[in-house]
Design a protein around this ligand. Structure first.
Ligand code: NAI
Length: 483
């Protein structure tokens, strides 16, 4: 089986060389096609950070094993790491955080074992990076949470949890505040949970999770979250087990999967052969298991754990009173420990499975649409307007444009209602939301909305607008605070 390998920037080539040396010593049955991604590709003028040949190879091969890559600053280009995850729809970011002997933490010293798997949605949320300045004072980020996208990652998490023999699967969210976005994610979680009655599933508000992870991390097993919350919680978990240097990361999609270390290119130590290859090696081991190479994965993992247990370390961790090994020596030490069994976390050496086929050719983009759709009506519109006037003045002007079809329901500022009721103690910024609903409760047409838009634009700059939809008898929009 052939996979694409991108060595990356900074310490990338050094740690990749160490990992592939370990793979070769373990006779991992893989061939490598080296592809060009990262800094020098940006520098050559490829704005997505990868050559067309690299893109072609990765789409053909279906697996990318990559080192960290630098995003050039000040050039307006987007991170190639994020571009790769999004372009190839690797919707689930799986990160495993386990207590490792030889890596001292507050919890390992207290004898509290940690084994947490975070499954983070990897495509949606604010990571769409769809942002606009609505006025010179007001920035807006769009947060997309979709039903098909949520179902994809949640189904993956449940299936993975089942295979792992999980004690508990938990959905973390903020649905108490973001009732539609996080609410949709949570609803999908409960829907999927019904298909796995043997798994103990529950949900928790993400801030409560953060506190409990620090106080009693041993209570958690698999946790599934939306993108931004998952990003923050995964780094918190990395801290619980010794830092980013010990946290593998797999980005899983239906066609393409990307395995990488989560740390960066460490420019401060690049080229010195002193970087710690553990995180990339652990990601490589995850990749071997993903592909079905169980035997080599276990042999390498046991050797790594044994090496750590011996107190052998690179300069960034471990006992400061013993001399650190450099990157190549650390790799050699692991190779020397093939066949040894660690005291803690030893993996059974099981036979390889039939290798999972990697990418199969797609000829068109897949459309993900829910099977059943409710009948939908337009019930009103939110028009976001720029103004530094007082709410009463704005309401008077807006009412002049409501005509016979619309009723001005509410005016809010930063999500807090300031008209018809509100408080003079609410601070204002120069951007309001004027909410208009159908006057007689009858469905509206887009043309009605456009008529209102044109009329209101005589008085205000309209920065943005959102239709107010209803389906299944329910409002498909949130209410302003105090509305
Ligand atoms: P960083 O993770 O590269 O470095 C933070 C600190 O950790 C540094 O002191 C570094 O020496 C140390 N460190 C990181 N990995 C290490 C390892 N394997 N062994 C020993 N020490 C290690 O984070 P930073 O400095 O914020 O980012 C540097 C560059 O990396 C930036 O250009 C950034 O865009 C890129 N980056 C790439 C990522 C990726 O490819 N997935 C992820 C994060 C950052």
């Amino acid at each position: 089986m052939k996979i694409a390998v991108a060595k990356g920037d900074g310490i990338g080539p050094e740690i990749m060389e160490a990992v592939l040396k370990i793979f070769n010593a373990a006779r991992v049955p893989l061939e490598y096609e080296f592809v060009d991604m990262g800094k020098w590709v940006f520098d050559k003028g490829f704005s997505n950070g990868m050559t067309p040949e690299a893109k072609h190879s990765i789409e053909e091969l279906g697996i990318l094993f990559k080192g960290p890559m630098e995003t050039p600053k000040g050039k307006g280009v987007k991170s190639v790491n994020v571009t790769a995850r999004k372009t190839w729809n690797t919707y689930a970011n799986k990160r495993v955080f386990q207590t490792l002997h030889g890596v001292d933490t507050v919890f390992s010293k207290a004898g509290i074992p940690i084994d947490i798997t975070i499954v983070r949605e990897n495509i949606e949320d604010t990571y769409g990076g769809i942002e606009h300045m609505l006025t010179q004072d007001v920035a807006l980020s769009r947060r997309f949470i979709t039903r098909p996208g949520s179902l994809q990652v949640i189904k993956y998490a449940f299936e993975m949890a089942k295979k792992k023999g999980t004690r508990r699967i938990t959905c973390a969210h903020k649905a108490n505040i973001m009732k539609l976005t996080d609410g949709l994610f949570l609803e999908c979680f409960h829907e999927v949970a019904k298909e796995y009655p043997d798994l103990r599933s529950d949900d928790i508000i993400v801030d409560d999770l953060a506190m409990k992870l620090v106080v009693r991390p041993q209570e958690f097993d698999v946790v599934v979250l939306t993108n931004l919350q998952g990003d923050i919680i995964s780094d918190l978990c990395a801290g619980l087990v010794g830092g980013l240097g010990f946290a593998p990361s797999a980005n899983i999609g239906d066609h393409i999967a990307i395995f990488e270390a989560v740390h960066g290119t460490a420019p401060d130590i690049a080229g010195k052969n002193i970087a710690n290859p553990t995180a990339l090696l652990l990601s490589g081991i995850t990749m071997l298991r993903h592909l079905g190479f169980m035997q080599s994965a276990s042999i390498i993992e046991n050797a790594l754990l044994f090496t750590l247990e011996q107190g052998i370390h690179t300069g960034d961790f471990g006992d400061k009173t013993t001399a650190p090994l450099n990157t190549s020596q650390f790799a050699e030490a692991i190779i020397g420990n093939f066949g040894k069994t660690p005291e803690l976390g030893a993996k059974p050496v099981v036979k390889d499975m039939t290798p999972t086929p990697t990418a199969f050719k797609l000829t068109r983009n897949e459309m993900m649409v829910s099977d059943e759709m409710e009948k939908e009506v337009i019930f009103g519109v939110d028009l976001f307007i720029e103004s530094a006037e007082q709410p009463e003045t704005i309401a008077r002007k807006c009412q002049r444009h409501a005509g016979v079809k619309f009723n001005l329901i509410s005016i809010s500022n930063r999500g807090t209602q300031v008209w018809p009721t509100g408080s003079v103690y609410t601070n204002l910024v120069n951007q309001y939301n004027a909410r208009f609903e159908s006057l007689d409760g009858m469905p509206l047409h887009q043309q009605d909305i456009l008529g209102l838009y044109v009329s209101l634009s005589g008085d205000f700059k309209i920065c943005s607008s959102e239709l107010l939809n209803m389906w299944g008898g329910k409002k498909a929009y949130s209410l302003a605070q105090g509305q």
